[in-house]
Design a protein around this ligand. Structure first.
Ligand code: 6LW
Length: 505
């Protein structure tokens, strides 16, 4: 029996799509403004997942360099046919809906082609594209008709579908409307499946917050008409206080032991009030059962946290950076210099700060609710530090330079700072997030950041504590999650080491 850990992928990995190829599973998730973009994880047992690469590793595949907060790589669908991996996705407020291919899911992937219609305009003006083929080889793109650009931005046309020629990347017809759910807002995340002699259209509806859920309909044809299941939603945490909320945006696959599974997104808000989700939307998994009436049922998602992890990163130039490192609207190679000072990661400030769309920042997803990161940096004559970022308007950092260490909380237009003197150039910076201490009355609804530093050879100085609720999916404006990283705002910052430990309490 497969052990199903939940989260399946810790840290912000929303909008999961999975495909099985010869007993091996490949899972793709959204990455928004970060590069490398569209991570691909692989597993043979659905328990252990390995990041094997990314779809977008080269400039031009996505146009995330210019996207606004919450824009970028939204909601992939990954499929496999005749030896080729296909991935369709929306580069939101960027290149639009794109089709990537690869013979190896680890890459390299193609440059990404928009799907146009004969007049050169893309009719796939929406999000959450799905790709499916009929028995005769006809390819169908089914997508959520949320218009993102132009005067009609924000208008929703429901679930749409068009037959496409994937060789010429053109749509063969104007998109048609399909079944759009049971009346929930934002019908999206459509996926089309051929099961036995029927076609099933599974969607998310209710919006990706607390009202999220998965619904399904079926037809004898891939283009409908579709009949609504008698018991939608198949899965939803709405109106519950389950530890995993916002469950929705699913994809179905036959698991290792032959039983069907659904991967889907969810959040893990702390405490009884289920108020704030620090890590953003993560990937979860839950069993699916096909009933005698030919409809599937999906079990509620059960929390089953993985063991804690410890990451120690050093920066030998020949080894390069591992694939978990991310940069904001730029590739890690564009911000990280591993050759200037061998054995050290050097960040060269360029006048940008964490409030800018392209900070000199290199980070990793926060993957655990209780988490501690310590970096040893040499600020020299520069200024830089260790930050947890949700986006350019929501970040908390501990920064060294100019003879001081400053803890800073930036929450929308509010900024608060705490400082202490530093008479050393090399210093350990500490950024920890922990559950709040028990107190009288209702428990606190989020974690607490603990910010401090230790001059090498000196004593630790605790600067301050900051309520973690402001860096959560419910407060920040982006679709991502917490990313913890090092950054430079003046001069050169050299990083000697990075140690991160975390677990899920
Ligand atoms: C994704 C869509 C959604 O494309 O958010 O709220 C978008 N729902 O399904 C980004 O995750």
């Amino acid at each position: 029996m497969t052990t199903l850990f939940n989260p399946l992928l810790n840290g912000f990995h929303p909008d999961p799509s999975v495909v099985a190829v010869d007993g091996v599973y490949y899972l793709a998730t959204s990455s928004f403004e970060y590069l490398p973009g569209i991570p691909i994880h692989r597993s043979t047992d659905f328990e252990n997942w390995e990041l094997i690469g990314h779809v977008a590793t080269r400039p031009g595949q996505l146009e995330v360099e210019e996207v606004p907060t919450a824009g970028g790589a939204w909601a992939p669908t990954i499929r496999h046919r005749d030896g080729v991996f296909h991935l369709v996705i929306t580069d939101a407020m960027g290149r639009g809906t794109l089709h990537f291919t690869a013979t190896d899911a680890a890459g390299p992937w193609s440059d990404g082609d928009p799907i146009l219609q004969a007049d050169g305009v893309s009719p796939i003006d929406g999000i959450d594209p799905d790709i499916a083929w009929a028995d005769d080889g006809t390819a169908y793109i089914t997508f959520s008709g949320l218009i993102l650009n132009g005067a009609d931005a924000g208008r929703h046309l429901g679930i749409q579908q068009a037959r496409v020629d994937l060789d010429r990347h053109i749509a063969l017809e104007e998109p048609r409307s399909l079944w759009s759910g049971t009346g929930g807002q934002f019908p999206e995340a459509p996926h089309l499946y051929r099961v036995n002699d029927r076609w099933y259209l599974m969607i998310a509806e209710g919006g990706t917050e607390r009202g999220h859920g998965i619904s399904i309909a079926r037809s004898d044809r891939p283009d409908g008409p579709f009949e609504t299941a008698p018991h939608n939603p198949l899965v939803s945490a709405r109106s519950t206080i389950r530890p995993i909320q916002n469950t929705g945006h699913g994809d179905l696959v036959v698991g290792p032991d032959g039983a069907w599974l659904c991967v889907l997104l969810g959040v893990r808000p702390r405490s009884m009030t289920r108020a704030f989700s620090a890590l953003g939307r993560e990937t979860f998994v839950t069993p699916v059962h096909w009933e005698d009436d030919g409809w599937p049922s999906i079990e509620p998602v059960q929390l089953n946290p993985r063991p804690g992890t410890r990451t120690e990163a050093t920066f030998a130039s020949e080894a390069g950076l591992d694939d978990e490192w991310l940069a904001v609207r730029a590739t890690p190679a564009a911000v990280a210099d591993l050759s200037a000072q061998p054995g050290r990661l050097v960040l060269h400030a360029d006048g940008s700060t964490l409030n800018d769309p392209r900070p000199v920042f290199l980070g990793r997803r926060q993957e655990h609710l209780t988490n501690a990161v310590t970096v040893r940096i040499d600020v020299g004559a520069g200024v830089g530090g260790l930050a947890v970022r949700y986006d350019e308007r929501f970040h908390v950092e501990v920064e060294a330079g100019g003879g001081t260490v400053t803890a800073r909380a930036v929450v929308a237009d509010l900024v608060q700072e705490w400082t202490a003197p530093l008479d050393a150039s090399i210093v350990d910076l500490h950024l920890e997030s922990r559950a709040p201490q028990p107190s009288a009355g209702l428990p606190r609804t989020s974690d607490v950041f603990h910010l401090g530093f230790t001059p090498v050879g000196g004593e630790r100085v605790d600067l301050t504590e900051v309520d973690g609720r402001f860096l959560s999916a419910e407060v920040a404006e982006s679709f991502t999650g917490r990313v913890i990283g090092v950054y430079a705002v003046e001069g050169d910052i050299a990083v000697d080491s990075w140690v991160a430990e975390g677990h899920d309490d």
